[in-house]
Structure formats: C-alpha cells, structure tokens
Design a protein around this ligand. Structure first.
Ligand SMILES: [Zn+2]
Length: 272
C-alpha cells in the first residue's frame, strides 16, 4: 500500500512495505515543496536540467532537512543509463565527486541513497534481515542491461543477502499508457523473458507501448525475490505532471524528482 505524506511543504509517496520494518527512511518525492520555478517547479534536484543552480542547491538542503539526512550524507549518482553498481564502504561523499553508476548499495546508517528521475524507474532494495539498502535507476537501457537483477546479485554475492529477505519497491515512472518506443528499444529486450507481457504493439508499425515498471518487477522476480516482496507504485509520471516531473511529457525540459532511501541511525527513532 502506497500513500502520500508530507514533511513541511515537501509532498512524497511512501509505502507500508518499507515503513513496516521500522529501520529505514524512504521517500519517492513529488515535484512539490521546492523553490524552483517554471518547468522546474518546484522541487527540482537535477543540476544539469537547465534550472538555476542556487535553486537546486536550496531544494537539496530542504530535502536533507526534511528527512533528517546528516550533512553531506545524501549520496547522488552521475546516472549514465548503465548497469554499474557502486557499493559504498564509507559514510561521506565519495572522493572524485559523484560516482558514475546507476546503482548504489550501503549498509551504513545515516547515509541516504538518492536517485533522480523524470520518467525512468527508481527502485529501492532493502534486506530486511541484514539491514542493507540499495537504490537503482532503471531507464530502458538500464532495464535491458538488467540493472535490477544485478542489484539482487550484488546483495546476494557481496552481503550474503537471502533473496527471500529482500524487499523491492518500484516508484513512480512513465507508464505503459504514455511510453511509446521504437524498434531499437524493442530489440534491446530480445534476450529477456516476458517481453510479451511488458510490450504491447501499437497500431503504428514498429511502435510499442513499454511497461518499464513491469519489466523490472519480472526481472526482480526472475532474480529470486518472491513476488509478495515486490511493491509497485503504479503511478505514471507523464499522466501526473501535477505531481511529478516527466522528461517526455515536458518535451525534454523538466526537472528531476528525488527518490531517497536511508538506514536510520537509531532503531528507536520511529518516524524520525
Ligand atoms: Zn501515462
């Protein structure tokens, strides 16, 4: 069950699936509650989207304050639509600036993992027993490369996570109602099982509607995470521009929402 919540002016989506374990702070933020204007209105966290840098910085500070993220502990990625995953072994920002990757994994309390999206799929992973978190950014390229499965494999291989202990949460992304793709995209998925489920042919030749969230759900299930542990928000960013930034619906000129996940520093800080 997903529901909308707010901290101050920031409105976000959360799920019972991750609130229940009690040791993570998580939020799929909407675009509401920031200071940016125009197409970036208002909680834009994308520095490269064309918005004023000082407004984006202010928005980042607002998010850090709202969710109690310690100074300098919101780890963002230079997302490149690949399948590279970075396992964090420290608490602070990484040397050399933002890591170039599309997946982050951490077992450190008080370190927030952030994914910035505007149609692509944000996915959170939580090992509810070993208390390890992961965040992945999956556009069509990352999905076709299998980044969600790679997250499960990395958790299992590096942290001995049991697949039945993993929770996976798929956030708001462009839906099959709005995401039309062409032949090169369709071809990129040819080796993946279940394409008949997540591609629907359009009336136009060589065009399909792609359900990226479903493709990732199937991939995570295929990687061994039980179906009942996988949650999907089912909200389309392009249909709901009142709530979310959408690259497609915004004609390429839009902000980026932030999706964040953090192990709480103290277990007793319920609802912190
Ligand atoms: Zn839609």
């Amino acid at each position: 069950m997903f529901r909308f919540a707010r901290k101050g002016a920031i409105e976000y989506l959360e799920t019972e699936g991750l609130s229940a374990p009690g040791f993570v702070t998580h939020a799929f933020c909407t675009r509401r509650g920031g200071v940016s204007t125009g197409p970036y209105s208002s909680l834009n966290l994308g520095f490269l989207a064309g918005d004023r840098v000082e407004d984006v910085r202010r928005n980042q500070t607002l998010v850090e304050e709202a969710f109690g993220i310690p100074d300098g502990r919101l780890i963002l990625m230079r997302q490149v639509h690949g399948d590279r995953i970075r396992v964090l072994d420290g608490d602070g920002p990484l040397p050399g600036g933002l890591p170039e990757c599309d997946g982050l994994i951490s077992d450190r309390p008080g370190v927030a993992l952030g994914i910035r999206t505007a149609d692509c799929v944000p996915i959170f992973f939580v090992d509810r027993v070993r208390r390890i978190i992961g965040a992945a950014h999956a556009g069509w390229r990352g999905t076709a490369l299998g980044i969600a499965a790679a997250m499960v494999e990395t958790l299992a291989g590096r942290f001995s996570s049991r697949r039945e202990d993993l929770l996976a949460v798929i956030g708001p992304a462009i839906g099959p109602c709005c995401y039309q793709v062409d032949a090169p995209v369709f071809a990129a998925f040819s080796a993946m099982p279940g394409t008949g489920l997540f591609f629907r042919p359009c009336r136009e030749k060589d065009r399909w509607m792609l359900d990226l969230a479903l493709a990732n759900r199937l991939q995570i299930r295929e990687a061994g995470v039980p179906s009942e542990n996988i949650f999907s928000a089912g909200l389309c960013t392009a249909c709901r521009q009142d709530l979310f930034f959408s690259h497609r619906a915004g004609g390429g000129r839009s902000g980026r929402q932030i999706n964040l996940l953090m192990l709480r520093a103290g277990d007793d800080r319920k609802n912190a």
